[in-house]
Design a binder for this molecule. Structure first.
Ligand SMILES: [Zn+2]
Ligand SMILES: [Zn+2]
Length: 349
């Protein structure tokens, strides 16, 4: 098969590789589409601790496709089924995995103990075929497209975070900072769960407009209005019940503390390029609760798929660019240089 392989820092090449054979509990999937994301840029430049070695590793953790072969004991799916995936498969034996917190698996990266993070600690989906454990695959509802499936892990990230903060956001004001894929899927999830109003803040007009089309009650261009002032204005001076930080901007944590209501909640979903500084004492003084979650977990992807099938969250509108596998370097150039304001760039092997 053809597969992208990382040969060294920022040296991703498409080469021939044997089609992997599914072990017991595994499924071989013919990849239909694989999304690119900021994590892919990071792990190409600075390999993650549990990443397979240069010359072997195929990244790609947002993939979807059709079941091509089943390993021993797999009877949950059939050849020809369309499936969505979630990247993480926990070891299933540590304390956290038993509780469904498999993105915080205590055996993270330990393949021998059963953990795998597709496209991070084992080979992923920038290839014609990919393997995954059956527990991380979901039959794709007929009315969903490959594009919807690619975004479902991202939507799972939103729902897992909302789960952590208590989930019941109906009637609550939510300010979402950062209209990237996570922010845009979170906007839709909050609307689907009844939050009111949902305010989306960002710097890029095209993304804010998409956020509006996807259900944000109001959008704030933070280049023309101070984000804290805007959120306080919209919430009648009180601040938002919930602030969801999905931008990863260094200034965002401080703004989150300033725009949240006294007694409110801040959920951090973004990753930052360096250690951040913000006024933690202000959060303590105002009885603000801070939450973090990593990726998707605890059945969040299954719920995201259901919301998507019901038409309550839409993934396909986030896909702005498509490239063939042989054009993967060009695809990452577009992602890196943000050429044409890409939101989700996908590879179609
Ligand atoms: Zn990702
Ligand atoms: Zn585990």
């Amino acid at each position: 098969m053809r597969a992208a392989v990382l040969f060294g820092p920022d040296d991703l090449r498409v080469v021939d590789k044997p089609v992997p054979a599914p072990a017991a509990g595994e499924v071989l999937v013919k990849v239909a589409m694989c999304g690119t994301c900021g994590t892919d840029l990071k792990l190409q430049t600075h390999p993650f601790p549990n990443q397979p070695p240069f010359g072997q590793f195929t990244p790609g953790h947002e993939w979807t496709g059709t079941v091509a072969a089943l390993g021993e004991t797999v009877d949950e799916l059939a050849i020809g089924d369309r499936v969505a995936i979630e990247a993480h498969r926990g070891c299933g034996r540590c304390d956290n995995c038993v509780l469904g917190m498999y993105t915080a698996c205590l055996n993270y990266g330990n393949v021998a103990k059963g953990h795998r993070a597709s496209g991070m600690s084992v080979d992923g989906g920038f290839a014609e075929f990919a393997l995954h454990h059956v527990s991380s695959l979901y039959r794709l509802p007929d009315n969903l497209t490959w594009e919807d499936a690619v975004l479902v892990t991202t939507a799972g990230t939103s729902l897992y975070g909302l789960d952590a903060i208590g989930g019941y956001v109906a009637g609550q004001s939510v300010a979402i900072v950062g209209p990237g894929p996570v922010g845009l899927m979170t906007t839709q999830a909050c609307k689907a769960l009844g939050a009111d109003p949902v305010v989306l803040l960002g710097t890029r007009r095209s993304r804010l407009e998409l956020g509006q089309r996807l259900g944000a009650d109001c959008t704030i261009d933070v280049r023309s209005e101070d984000p804290v002032v805007a959120v306080r204005r919209i919430t009648h001076g009180l601040g938002a019940d919930v602030v969801i930080e999905a931008s990863g901007a260094m200034s965002a944590p401080q703004q989150a503390v300033e725009m949240v209501k006294r007694g409110g909640k801040i959920l951090f979903l973004g990753f930052y390029p360096a250690p951040v500084t913000f006024d933690l004492s202000a959060a303590i003084r105002d009885d603000v609760t801070l939450y973090t979650t990593r990726g998707e977990g605890a059945g969040a992807v299954r719920r995201a798929l259901s919301l998507a099938a019901q038409g309550r969250i839409r993934g396909r509108e986030l896909v702005t660019h498509r490239f063939g596998l042989e054009q993967i370097q060009e695809a990452f150039r577009v992602v890196r240089e943000r050429e044409g304001d890409p939101i989700k760039v996908v590879i179609v092997p």
